[in-house]
Write a protein that binds this ligand. Structure first.
Ligand code: ADP
Length: 382
């Protein structure tokens, strides 16, 4: 068995994961904390599965719910996590399941695609995995590939769309999809033989997979849930949180209510109690502000600005941006009301002529000024 020092040596400190995520995602600290806790549980689950730590120590599987408006960084956070943890995380949009087809098999298709993607990733790394654990005399008792697939991570986006209530009177089969997903969250053995995609290079020796230890991250905007929360909080006026909220001048701010979402609120929104019970970690992401947008442009790894900068540098052109231009782009993004997604559109709009004309460009320096951004036309044209 591992000593605490050996364990710390092979399992990444969750705070390191948070720090690395900071390079990619501005703010959203609660979500970063929840995800890095999930990663710690997942690492321990892997070690337990292979008998590297005592199997009798119960490891809690901690699925995570990310609640936040569109464009606030939920998907990007998951992608960044995949990058910093060097782990494949398959991303699905649940609305593709609700839109057509027999729901049971559609939900299983999610798992089949997850296996294809993860298999591709792990196929090349089983040797690295063995090497990493050689120091602790790792002698696997079960198939390493199956063990890794059974402890993977899946992100399901737009999860709020499968609530059982319908505002518009359109039934999207939320109840049925919840039941199917619940089977995965609780753990079931899925036969894979009937779900082989033609592109699959899955070995025949994996005819089925147990989902019990697969970690799920569920994300959604949960539009309207703040009304449910505010009703509950205000009707309990005088006790608990509500007494604090009633003296808080920002108590009507939607974001505050989102932070107070309880299990009961999710049930009232249209989720089954068993489903809610399977998502112990919840985090709310803040809506995007002007300052966050400015930080996204200037400080994040892989930001739109740095991508254009790197690309133009290949052609010998230096790209700079003035602070006033950053502010204006942030303001224009706010006006578009699609979260940080707007930044990409605006940069494309502002720089498309420079990129298209890069073969003829004579200046060695391009500066994005406020005037250049303004000269690209009105917001409607963005
Ligand atoms: P969501 O999944 O919440 O709808 P996304 O993660 O798809 O939003 O974000 C849309 C775009 O905005 C991405 O290009 C992402 O890089 C950027 N973005 C959004 N929020 C943040 C943030 N907090 N930090 C850095 N980039 C962000």
């Amino acid at each position: 068995m591992l000593t605490p020092a050996e364990l710390k040596d092979i399992v990444t400190d969750p705070r390191t994961i948070i720090t690395k995520l900071d390079d990619y995602i501005i703010g959203q600290d609660a979500a970063k904390r929840a995800l890095s806790l999930m990663m710690l549980s997942r690492s321990l689950m892997v070690l337990s599965k292979f008998g590297i730590i005592d199997k009798s120590v119960p490891i809690q599987k901690s699925n995570v719910l990310l609640v936040g408006p569109s464009g606030c960084g939920k998907t990007s956070l998951v992608k960044a996590l995949s990058e910093v943890a060097d782990l494949p995380i398959s991303v699905f949009d649940i609305t593709s399941v609700t839109s057509a087809g027999y729901i049971g098999s559609k939900v299983e298709d999610i798992l089949a695609r997850y296996i294809d993607e993860s298999f591709e990733f792990w196929g090349n790394r089983i040797k690295d995995f063995r090497t990493k654990f050689q120091s602790v005399m790792f002698e696997p008792t079960e198939d390493i590939l199956v063990g890794l697939l059974e402890t993977g991570v899946i992100y399901i986006d737009e999860i709020d769309k499968i609530h059982c209530k319908t505002e518009s009177g359109v039934d999207v089969g939320g109840d049925a999809v919840q039941n199917e997903l619940l089977k995965f969250l609780e753990g079931c053995v899925i036969s894979l033989t009937s779900h082989s995609s033609s592109a699959s290079r899955r070995p025949a020796r994996i005819p089925e997979l147990n989902t019990k230890d697969i970690f799920f991250i569920l994300g959604g905007a949960f539009k309207g849930i703040d009304d449910i929360v505010s009703k509950r909080v205000n009707s309990n006026a005088g006790i608990g949180f509500s007494s604090t909220l009633s003296t808080d001048k920002d108590r009507n701010a939607k974001a505050d209510y989102f932070k107070l979402i309880s299990s009961q609120d999710l049930i009232d929104y249209g989720f089954k109690p068993e489903f809610v019970g399977r998502i112990p970690l919840r985090a709310c992401l803040s809506p995007i502000t002007k300052q966050i947008l400015m930080d996204i442009i200037l400080k994040t790894k892989n930001s739109c600005f740095s991508q254009y900068k790197d690309m133009l540098a290949l052609f010998g052109v230096t790209l700079e941006i003035e602070r006033e231009a950053v502010e204006l782009i942030a303001e224009q993004s706010m006006d578009l009301k699609i979260g940080a997604r707007a930044i990409q559109n605006i940069f494309f709009h502002v720089l498309s002529d420079h990129v298209l004309g890069v073969y003829d460009i004579t200046d060695t320096k391009v500066v994005i000024t406020r005037d250049l951004v303004l000269s690209r036309g009105t917001l409607n044209e963005v």
